[in-house]
Write a protein that binds this ligand. Structure first.
Ligand code: ADP
Ligand code: MG
Length: 398
């Protein structure tokens, strides 16, 4: 991956009076109209402050949740606007829309150093469809483009990709710059052994990256929902666990091609489907016919942790089970603790993924116990696999 320009690579005087579109990740949890956690807002402050101090007119844009083109009130950016007012200590502009004449003229009326936040980008299907008209309309709002949303950089959407064609100047924000710096170093010279822990729910979301990363890794420990497709591919009965049928041929082949490299759960914590009250720990890999597995069992934890040592590189994406429910969080917690210990003992550790970060927190492991907590899951996975991310590739080369 070529080196990309950072926001600081443009002389600060050239920001003055310019409208700067900053794609951020304000996909924060909201309950009853209130933000329950605003880490994703706080961490963008260095970039916002830098630009406003340079006299730029800052236009922030993000998606929230999956409204799928509908204007769902619960997924409005209004609570984010309110929180930004507090965090920035100034009144920001919130035009309550994404594109159009009104937003465009509002962007032009901004004073130097003022901030505007757009509504949820995904109120329009055109965003995820990377629609060219929509991209053009977004581009009308600004003169300079900044990507500060690493987590959506693996998607070629209008705000991460399409609109950027209309800008000469496209920069990485501080966070994106940081991710590139760290992850590029890791790609160039990963310390071995290289252990990859993968969990979570959807292979399909991760398969492109998984394919590439399997080649680079010395071991791939597969847990969580992803594991059941692999187990089924081995002919192990998986009960009522959901299996990605269309991924079975690939999983079968991967297990054959990388025999011994891919390790699967050997026991499980099961319950009746839909998280029924009765839970059972089974000591074998087979899952009972009318049950679902929600966590890896103790033998699997022992087996996996024997590979998570204080040397080389450990990359983790995806919880080992339905960790949000206490009964099913032990496997993930145990892996989180051994992940932390690996760092203390000298390994380079990288964690990526929104749910993985939440799982780490729930396990009582501190961010400082991980070498690099990535702001992206899928994006980090793909980057480490060696793929060019659309939202990064479009940034100006340095
Ligand atoms: P990340 O956001 O870190 O990339 P994913 O989105 O891929 O992770 O997956 C996280 C989700 O997968 C969590 O909500 C977790 O509860 C769920 N999950 C993992 N394993 C299981 C399982 N065995 N059964 C049900 N849900 C699971
Ligand atoms: Mg997730």
């Amino acid at each position: 991956m070529k080196k990309k320009l950072l926001v600081t690579d443009l002389p600060s005087s050239q920001y003055e009076g310019k409208r700067v579109f900053v794609r951020v990740d304000f996909n924060v949890p909201v309950k009853g109209g209130k933000i329950t956690e605003d880490y994703r807002i706080r961490r963008t402050i260095p970039t916002i402050d830098y630009l406003t101090k340079c006299g730029a007119k800052v236009i922030l844009a993000s998606h929230m949740g999956r409204p799928k083109g509908r204007k769902i009130k619960d997924l409005s950016m209004a609570p984010v606007a309110a929180r930004l007012n507090e965090v920035l200590g100034t009144q920001i502009h919130f035009p309550d829309a994404v594109v159009g004449d009104r937003v465009e003229s509002a962007s032009k009326k901004l004073e130097n150093g003022e901030v505007m936040l757009l509504e949820n980008l995904r109120y329009y299907n055109e965003e995820t469809e990377n629609d060219s008209d929509f991209s053009k309309k977004l581009a009308l709002l600004a003169d300079i483009y900044v990507n500060e949303a690493f987590g959506t950089s693996h998607r070629a959407h209008a705000s991460t990709y399409g609109m950027t064609a209309y800008f000469d100047k496209k920069y990485a924000g501080f966070m994106v710059g940081n991710e590139m710096k760290f992850l590029n170093r890791l790609i160039k010279s990963p310390k071995n052994p290289y252990v990859v822990i993968v969990g979570g729910m959807k292979i399909k979301d991760k398969i492109g990256a998984l394919k590439k990363i399997i080649e680079k890794a010395d071991r791939v420990l597969v847990g969580g929902g992803v594991a059941y497709t692999f187990l089924e591919a081995c002919g192990v009965s998986v009960g009522k666990c959901s299996v990605e049928k269309d991924m079975l041929p690939w999983a079968r082949k991967a297990l054959e091609d990388y025999r011994g490299k891919i390790l699967l759960p050997v026991d499980h914590v099961m319950a009746e489907p839909a998280g029924g009250k009765k839970t059972l720990t089974v000591t074998g890999a087979e899952i009972y016919e009318d049950m679902t597995a929600y966590d890896i069992g103790p033998k699997t934890v022992e087996k996996f942790t024997s590979y998570i040592k204080g040397e080389g590189t450990v990359f983790w994406n995806g919880p080992m089970g339905f960790f949000e429910v206490d009964n099913f969080s032990n496997g993930t917690s145990a892996i989180a603790r051994s992940f932390a210990l690996a760092k203390w003992r000298g390994a380079t550790t990288v964690l990526g993924g929104g749910d993985s970060v939440a799982a780490l927190k729930k396990s009582g492991v501190d961010f400082s116990e991980v070498t690099h907590v990535s702001t992206g899951g899928g994006a980090c996975f793909e980057f480490l696999g060696g793929s060019d991310l659309p939202g990064i590739s479009i940034l100006s080369d340095s």
